[in-house]
Unconditional design. Structure first.
Length: 68
């Protein structure tokens, strides 16, 4: 295993860590009610996942867009 010969400076460590940053959360909009929601999550506003009802029986009731 190669080992580092010299300890590098605080400056080099800090320059490397300038690239470590958190990304802004991606906000999508619910296809049913249009409220902002996270991807792959049940909507906080209406409780639907896509066009199907989330919760206890996931995907058991599937609604089509014309029924709203
Ligand atoms: Zn919704």
């Amino acid at each position: 295993m190669p080992n580092p010969k010299r300890r590098h400076s605080n400056c080099r460590t800090r320059l490397r860590r300038t690239h470590y940053k958190i990304k802004a959360a991606v906000v999508n909009h619910c296809s049913r009610c249009g409220a902002p929601s996270r991807a792959h999550r049940v909507c906080d506003n209406c409780g639907y996942y896509g066009f199907s009802k989330g919760g206890d029986k996931k995907g058991s009731e599937v609604f089509h867009k014309e029924e709203f």
